[in-house]
Ligand binder design. Structure first.
Ligand code: NAD
Length: 301
């Protein structure tokens, strides 16, 4: 199976190397020369945007749906350049409305579509241990199963085109909320004299635990490393998409709106390029000061 990976960033670069190690014929493409050079130095065959090869699968790992649209539609995009019967797999965290629209165009052009957003960060991508949420039809999934198995520890088919992206937004909403709620819980306990590590040990033995309390706090927050590979800017994007998806469905969710506001209230602390776990800084600092944590101001646009 020939695979072209488009977008060689934190996720796509590692996915490309993992697939190559698993024996697939992989080519990488990125618009940024530095990204191409970084992957070429690690042994990947890379091309510029004007030299996309004919492939069985085009695996996209791009910042936003607008980048995905550009790669698929903008002349000469994949709609006109990809061989009939090839599969476009969007592993980005994308807008489900755009994904459904693009899936229709891709299918009309004789290609196949799968949305396949991922969890597990750059480490999961580098080790073939991603979690993947699949939106598409059974036949397309069956066709790319060897690739999915090489990339992921687990993949879950959740519905038709766009469904993977909806569930990914729901997942990231919960992760963003858990970062805030767990930081508030740890800060409250710290103010009353309980060490954060002791508090987390307690939470993780109870029903309040989550991936945030079990992984993010020990690995990235309390360790001071803040090197998860996922930025605050990407999480803010996902939260805005989740809020917009809920609004389009006629169900603005009050807690989701509050979480979106909390992540946007101060665009400099953390900044978009900071590790997303830094959202806990202000809350945890408040455990040792009298500073109020967040205002209710809506600064999300
Ligand atoms: P990144 O910014 O590191 O990489 C994106 C890459 O896409 C960049 O190298 C950029 O140059 C390239 N690019 C942009 N436009 C392009 C185009 N038109 N053609 C080719 N390449 C183009 O981002 P990332 O952290 O790798 O994330 C990629 C996607 O995966 C995002 O949608 C993100 O939300 C999602 N995601 C990231 C993580 C994580 O931990 N980093 C985890 C899960 C999901």
């Amino acid at each position: 199976m020939k695979i072209t990976v488009i977008g060689l960033g934190q996720m796509g670069g590692n996915m490309a190397l993992t697939l190559q190690s698993a024996g697939f014929a992989v080519t990488g493409m990125d618009t940024v020369e530095g990204a191409r050079e970084r992957l070429a130095a690690q042994g990947l065959n890379v091309v510029t945007p004007d030299a996309l090869p004919a492939s069985d699968v085009y695996l996209l790992s791009l910042p936003t749906s607008e980048h995905v649209r550009e790669v698929i539609e903008t002349t000469p995009g994949l709609l006109t350049r990809a061989p009939v019967g090839s599969v476009i797999v969007d592993a980005s965290t994308s807008d489900p409305v755009v994904s459904r629209e693009l899936a229709g165009k891709v299918t009309a052009a004789g290609l196949h579509w799968l949305d396949a957003p991922v969890s597990g960060g750059p480490k999961g991508a580098a080790t073939g241990r991603l979690g993947m949420l699949l939106g598409g039809d059974e036949a397309t999934i069956a066709h790319v199963t060897p690739m999915l198995e090489a990339m992921s520890a687990k993949y879950t088919h959740v519905g038709g085109p766009g469904s993977g992206h909806v569930v990914k937004l729901a997942n990231n909403y919960l992760c963003a909320a858990h970062l805030v709620t767990t930081a508030e819980a740890v800060a409250m306990a710290a103010r009353s004299g309980v060490e954060p590590t002791a508090c987390l040990a307690g939470l993780n033995s109870g029903s309040g635990r989550s991936a945030v309390s079990e992984v993010n706090f020990p690995e990235w927050i309390l360790s001071g490393r803040f090197d998860s590979g996922f930025t605050t800017g990407l999480m803010r994007k996902d939260l805005r998409l989740a809020r917009d998806a809920a609004a389009q469905l006629g169900m603005p969710l009050s807690l989701l709106q509050k979480v979106v506001e909390m992540w946007h209230v101060d665009r400099d602390h953390p900044s978009d390029s900071d590790d997303f776990n830094h959202i806990t800084d202000t809350i945890l600092t408040a455990a040792t000061t009298d500073t109020a944590t967040h205002s209710g101001e809506d600064n999300t646009r």
